[in-house]
Ligand binder design. Sequence first.
Ligand code: ADP
Length: 242
Amino acid sequence: MDSILSLSNVSKSYGNFPVLKGIDLDIRKGEFVAILGSNGAGKTTLVKIMSTLSSPSEGVVEISGHNVADDPASVRSMIGVISHETHLYNDLTAEENLRFFGKMYGIRGDGLEDRINELLEQVELSGRSDDRVVTFSRGMKQRLSIARSLIHEPQLLFLDEPYTGLDQHASRTFEKVLQDLDPKDTTRVMVTHDLIRTFQMCNRVVILDHGRIVFDSPMSDVGSAEELKEIYISNVKSHSSI
Ligand code: ADP
């Protein structure tokens, strides 16, 4: 099977408090997987573990066959994370920010300059490439942050509540950028509370409840956004966040 991300028996506890309990999950290349669950279900913890930002207390995470615990550096070059934190340097210009992150991933020379120009165009910031980020509106920072996450053409993209706090322009840009990504090249995993977008965009849905996967299905088996909502309500013990 063409698996890009595999979790075997992954658990995580904070002190004596178990947050993830024996998660087994296999994600294939090209999938766009939504992870749903109420607040506190463990979604962010799971994404942090999948994206090397946190280690599991137990279990194994593999990305493209690399064990994340043994080889975090190789794994980081394959993944990108878009969250509501922008992770930009205010004192650098838009272009300098992208150059900095590109170099961090080992991209150099004309290839890097072409990639920077292409991304600035995609996120509609070409006209502001030489301006320092400190002069940008929140929405512009969000758009630049999307470009930053994609600079190294990650094979696996994690989207952690990407719509939180996005203004309309950033939201539209984000959707356009996502649509332009070739699913063959980029597998996507998105944590969200938005059932309508989940139904429209994703081809697989995983529901997490109290640290366990309680539902995992191709979206083609879910008839409508309304049906997805019913599935969510029947699988989640506390569903205050939808
Ligand atoms: P979700 O993203 O589904 O809302 P989280 O993964 O953020 O859930 O949190 C799951 C549980 O783990 C919550 O009860 C939260 O309070 C707890 N938790 C998350 N991070 C920490 C941490 N660094 N220290 C202690 N508890 C944490």
